[in-house]
Design a protein around this ligand. Structure first.
Ligand code: ARG
Length: 458
């Protein structure tokens, strides 16, 4: 077979800078998880049935100590990855080798940077998904209490943007809350798929030594190791794509909520009063109060979707096994998750601060909005629906005396059939919070056991 020809020598600086790309900077966020991954790997190596032991118990402790030190530096923002390191993985190895000599050179036994970065990103994703769930649950709670407070405030329900049927502010707010609760299901599904440990799959093809991937996975608090070592590497990018697709669902909900907000706060509607602290002004028009937060949330939904599609595009033609292309997915992944979280964090206080203008909402009703409800009342009295439909269509004037407040109370009192069963929302929100609590506990327990000190997921 033809041999690959390369010039012998060290990599030049241009190549180094080009291939490291933004990793030197992005990997700063991965230092803690990288050290935790190494701690698990080295612990597993120390338990391997080899004589003499690859790493003794005393050496394991030394490595853990070194790693804890690095995490401490990282948390104080004092651990710097250099361009010559290329990435966090080699920066940690360089630092440990400087401190521990030959022992530092052993830590990379039976692994590759490929499975190392894969595990780092999965641990990082765990933290981000749980934080996103927590932030989403906070927004659900804000929407539900907004809805509850204005439960029976009438609002014209629209289809095709035209007045349709009587609705309420309660129904509007909790529609978005329920959407977000479904998005949490997507996030939890993504979390579960992500909850598999790829460490020990090495470059993509495993190693010829009796490593214990189950042990590594347990030490890190993963639910299980990935099964096939090649898929462990092919799964990189795919996993990011799955997580971003769940994030993108959250953004879809936020974008539509933001859009409604912009509509309902227009002076022509005046349903809601957008709080001034969430608006910006104009440099030329002195009177302006613009809903920039909402506009940007809408725009950022596009960016998160672009990140998801970007990752998809990076991997869709990627041949089996590790390819450096995957590195480019890191920025999209981190940015997509951070953007989603930032949007959740700004929308929640905005909802909390929003005032409802009940008068404008009631004034927004025209009698014909009651046509369908009235026709259905006639059905309740025994008239066939199509007859009632035509009767109302010809006698719209009969609707003029209907009071929106009374009409909406009638529906609101139906409770669950109207979709305003408050227990439904509190139960689902509590379940999301419980998942977050449980998963954080599992991780913290594992890390504390591994390092002797805990690094709670943010
Ligand atoms: N920075 C690299 C990445 O994100 C780490 C893995 C490098 N592996 C390699 N074989 N060059 O993918």
């Amino acid at each position: 077979m033809a041999k690959q020809k390369t010039t012998v020598g060290t990599i030049n600086n241009e190549t180094l800078a080009f291939t490291a790309g933004r990793d030197v900077e992005l990997d700063q966020a991965l230092i803690t998880v990288d050290c935790i991954g190494t701690a698990a790997h080295v612990t597993m190596l120390s338990k391997m049935p080899l004589k003499p032991a690859l790493i003794t118990e005393a050496e394991r402790k030394q490595v853990i100590e070194g790693l804890v030190e690095i995490i401490g530096l990282a948390q104080d923002n004092k651990f710097k990855i250099k361009l010559a390191d290329q990435d966090v993985h080699l920066a940690v190895e360089r630092t440990l080798t400087k401190k521990l000599g030959d022992l530092g050179k052993k830590i990379h036994t039976c692994r590759s940077r490929n499975d190392q970065v894969a595990v780092d990103l999965r641990l990082y994703a765990k933290e981000q998904i749980l934080a996103t769930l927590e932030e989403a649950a906070a927004l659900v709670a804000a929407l539900v209490s907004f809805g509850k407070k204005h439960e029976a405030v009438p609002m014209v329900g629209r289809t095709h943007m035209q007045p349709g049927m009587p609705s309420s502010v309660g129904l509007w707010a909790t529609a978005h809350a329920e959407s977000l609760l479904d998005d949490c299901v997507s996030l939890v599904n993504a979390y579960e798929l992500n909850d598999q440990c790829p460490l020990g799959s090495a470059a993509s093809y495993g190693v010829p030594l009796p490593i214990d991937r189950q042990l590594t996975s347990d030490l890190l608090g993963f639910s299980r190791p990935t099964h096939n070592v090649l898929y462990a590497n092919n799964g990189r990018g795919k996993m990011e794509n799955i997580v971003l697709s769940a994030m993108s669902q959250v953004m879809l909900t936020l974008s539509r909520l933001a859009q409604d907000f912009m509509l309902f706060t227009m002076p022509e509607f005046n349903y809601f009063l957008l709080p001034a602290e969430f608006c910006t002004g104009s440099s030329i028009m002195p009177q302006k109060q613009n809903p920039d937060v909402c506009e940007l949330v809408r725009a950022k939904a596009s960016r998160v979707k672009a990140a998801e599609l970007g990752v998809y595009d990076l991997i869709k033609g990627s041949p089996t096994g590790y390819n450096r292309d995957l590195q480019e997915a890191k920025e999209l992944f981190m940015e997509g998750m951070a953007t989603t979280r930032a949007c959740l964090r700004i929308v929640t206080p905005m909802i909390k601060a929003t005032k409802v203008n009940a008068k404008a909402l009631i004034d927004g009703f025209s009698p014909d909005v009651f046509a369908t409800d009235r026709a259905l009342e006639l059905v309740g009295e025994g008239m066939p629906f199509r007859d009632a439909y035509h009767y109302i269509k010809e006698n719209l004037h009969e609707l003029e005396s209907i009071d929106p407040v009374e009409a909406i109370q009638l529906k609101t009192h139906l409770g669950a059939p109207f979709g305003l069963d408050w227990d439904y929302f509190t139960d689902r929100t509590a379940a999301v919070k419980e998942t977050v609590r449980e998963e954080r506990k599992v991780f913290n327990r594992a890390v504390t056991k591994l390092l002797g000190v805990g690094y709670p997921l943010a």
